[in-house]
Ligand binder design. Structure first.
Ligand SMILES: Cc1ncc(C[n+]2csc(CCOP(=O)(O)OP(=O)(O)O)c2C)c(N)n1
Length: 328
């Protein structure tokens, strides 16, 4: 990691990144426990281990900017400023959820926060984000559009279409690939050839490959790409190498018996946990006392408890509403 003088982030900025990553982590740990108890109405794909990507990118965004997300979308929602109460209630399937409990984990969306939604279609967010980038360009207010997608989604043809049209029209778009080494249970190298970052090259789109478990590295790469997009210079692709510390989906133990990754591999990535790494960086450079992080931990524990209480108190949607709100 770099020295603080090389990093244009204050101690408060770093604590802000720490707070956001920890919020994602603690909310999702709770959802994982809820799933294990059988309390959730559907499956959840947890983002635990990948928090630095959404956090480092969304730190540059305002409500007027857009993001489109994936089936692993809770982290993007929270990083973009989505309300944890509305997220948890949505995952619980309650009427107080951000989509009235009718979307669930894979469809958390909040247009008032610029969140176009999680997405059950692998690669589905890419086209949505191109559309939002075109709208932002036509609006001329300097907004940008960001899509998060997995390494598996990088093999969908829509990525090439997005690179082509966004380069041609200089759209304010960030393509953020979260390369966590797997598509479901297939190691990336068994289904993907070449470096994903290189896919931008033939289109003349700048690209970078960064350590996706280093929130400062992600922040820096996203900073350059967002500035470029806001200046009307067009799209960028950033490949963030990261790892999901949990399964593909929390229910996977019920349908996949064989091990698809070694304990040593999981342990090696756990040792590169993005949250612990940022804490170690702050300690190493005496940027914030441990007590500041303890206060954040307590603040987040309270926020998670509040979100769970709000969600638990919220009723299920009325059955006769099942076909309402489907079209706008
Ligand atoms: C178009 C489409 N094809 C297949 C699936 C089934 N599917 C769900 S998640 C997934 C793997 C996605 O891998 P990746 O994009 O790398 O994201 P990750 O789960 O690793 O975050 C697949 C194939 C789907 N949801 N949509």
């Amino acid at each position: 990691m770099r020295t603080p003088s090389e990093v244009n982030l204050s101690a408060d900025d770093l604590l802000g990144l720490y707070r956001r990553m920890l919020l994602i982590r603690r909310v999702e740990e709770r959802l994982g426990e809820d799933f294990k108890r059988g309390d959730l109405p559907g499956p959840v794909h947890l983002y635990i281990g990948e928090e630095a990507v959404a956090t480092g990118v969304c730190a540059h965004l305002a409500d007027a900017d857009w993001i489109a997300s994936t089936h692993r979308g809770h982290g993007h929602f929270l990083a973009k400023g989505g309300d944890p109460k509305l997220l948890v209630a949505e995952v619980y399937g309650r009427a107080g959820g951000v989509c009235r409990g009718m979307g669930g984990s894979m469809h958390v969306a909040d247009f008032s926060k610029g969140i176009l939604g999680a997405n059950g279609i692998v690669g589905g967010g890419i086209g949505l984000a191109v559309g939002a980038a075109l709208a932002a360009q036509l609006d001329r207010k300097g907004a940008v559009s960001v899509v998060f997608f997995g390494d598996g989604a990088a093999n969908q043809g829509v990525l090439m279409e997005a690179l082509n049209v966004s380069a041609l029209w200089k759209l304010p778009l960030l393509l953020i690939c979260e390369n966590n080494g797997f598509s479901e249970f297939s190691p990336t190298e068994t289904v993907t050839v070449g470096a994903i970052a290189d896919r931008a090259k033939p289109f003349g789109v700048p690209s970078a490959a960064v350590d996706g478990n280093d929130v400062i590295a992600v922040w820096q790469a996203a900073n350059a790409a967002v500035r470029r997009a806001r200046a009307g210079e067009g799209p960028s692709l950033i490949e963030c190498r990261t790892y999901r510390l949990r399964g593909h989906v929390e229910s996977e133990g019920s349908f996949i018996q064989e091990r698809y990754r070694a304990d040593e591999e999981v342990a090696a990535w756990a040792a590169r946990d993005p949250i612990a790494r940022l804490a170690a960086y702050m300690d190493e450079h005496a940027l914030a006392p441990a007590s500041a992080r303890e206060a954040i931990e307590a603040e987040i524990a309270a926020a998670v408890a509040e979100a769970v209480a709000y969600a638990t108190d919220s009723p299920y949607p009325a059955p006769d509403q099942a076909r309402q709100f489907m079209f706008a």
